[in-house]
Design a protein around this ligand. Sequence first.
Ligand code: ATP
Length: 591
Amino acid sequence: MFSLFTESLKLAVKSAPWWAAANVLLSAVRSVAPLALLALVKMFIDTVSASVQTGTAAAGYGLTAIIAAMAAVYLADELSFDAGAWVRKNQSDRLEGFMYGRLHEKSVSLDLINFERPEYFNILSRASREAPWRPNSILNNIVLLLKGGVSLLLVAGMVFTVHWLLAAVLLTVNIPGVWLRLKYSAILYGVRREQTQEARRSAYFSWLLTGDRPSRELRLFGLGRYFMGLFDRSFAQQKKGEMNIIGRRTVIEMCSALFKTAAFVFILLFTARQTLAGVLSLGTMAMALLAFRHGMASIKELMAAVSGLYEDSLFVADAFEFLHLKDSICAAEPVAAVKDLENGIRVENMSFTYPGNAVKTLDGISFELKRGEVAAIVGPNGAGKSALVRLLCRLYDPDSGRITFDGTDIRHFDPLQYRKQFAVTFQDFMLYNLSLGENIRLGDVADDDGERIVRSADRAGLRSLIASLPEGLGTQIGNMFDGSRELSVGEWQKIALARSLYRQAPVIILDEPSSALDAEAEFELFSRFRSTVNGRTALLVSHRMASVSMADRIFVLDRGKITESGSHEELLNARGLYFDMYMKQAGAAQA
Ligand code: ATP
């Protein structure tokens, strides 16, 4: 717990050192000012009552000094309150930005395999909820704790000088409350942690009801009421446990308020008796009562700080759980430098299974991709084609076997450098709500070569689309922002292809690049495929047999195994799965 506090404090200080210092300073002023005021109130009453008793105006000069001191302290207290709110806001905004930076950095660098695990999204969701503000809450609670602690000690000392019994009542009357708060903080944390999955489910149903992608099916199938019902149930389930606990805690806190009121009545009676008996002066009685009230407020503050810190320590652990997730996709020793492909990429007896799957996704596959050749992988749905593409780019590591790049195991390369060798159009390519030109340039953000953007767009068959757009390549595309122009799925796919062509990588991999293209665009793409890829090593993934027939070599992947390989003619002659698939598709095309 201590290390979590120190790590959080380091973050809070690192993100805004001066604001953090100002925050602590102003809090110190706020802890001392009310007590100085109390001491001055005592002096004020005693001076006035002495003048009343003696019937003189002796108070004159002394009273003016006391009033001036009280005004100064009062002003300092008020100013530090207003300035404190401003300083805290500045500090927390800076910390929030800083923590978002840390979360994004981690999320970007994290192994892709994490995204295949639901538990990862639970951790991410807890971290995104807590990370931006918990470290600041720890700092504020520690400041509050110090402020409350100092006030309480001073107040207890002040009250003790009046009578030890008052100090004893002040300190003991709040013990049950502190215990209670700590207990319920732990219970609430447990409930909220358990509810992470449910909270994500509610957020998912809410997205189904409000998001762009689901909006069309939602209307056509009339799913609004149905999803609203699912959301209501999930939301109620998520809040039920928490509300029960908060309800119980409130009832017990109300009972403890009765107990504290009884203690206050006792103090009133006790000080009144002592004053009537002439043991206490009027000023001392007033100071004792005010100090007791202030002491109770300090204890409340202290209790809030202690339970807040305890709660922070539980929740901040969730944020650090995400920030400390280990990456295993990194360069293994001895690290090798990546050079442009000279000979080829070999996959050697490689197996891979997605987390949580009982069956191997890829089962002992071996093949070679020679430099400059156009190879293709075909196979039925779920055969493992996309998994293979991700393994080739080292987005995942295999469970066994290896991939070599010009003879070096790719685990010895820096993954970022290694991935520069690949331009990939994924099956689930991205749409970016940016300009069309930027959408292409994202293939190589380090380079802004207008001519190459135009050439890549031409090769991907985008010339007529660009000519028809009001601002050509500069047209904002998508549907998220004002002045954007939405495109068809096929047009988006051509842009994704142009993005890969723009990237000057020696190996180009296209996973179902023509799934949304019309027959003419598909014919254009594959009939000019070799000039399009321009001598690069290419791997084409498709289940359209006509598209892959021009490849130098075709690998047939079936249920995680390479069952056949060869040229189009060789595979047709072999009369295996390729032949069956080809004949079915040819038959369907003729029918
Ligand atoms: P398609 O032609 O339909 O695109 P594919 O050959 O590309 O199929 P993959 O996406 O590689 O198939 O999937 C291979 C197997 O792994 C399938 O059985 C699939 O159900 C499973 N699978 C895919 N993604 C995941 C995942 N994230 N977690 C667990 N299993 C997965």
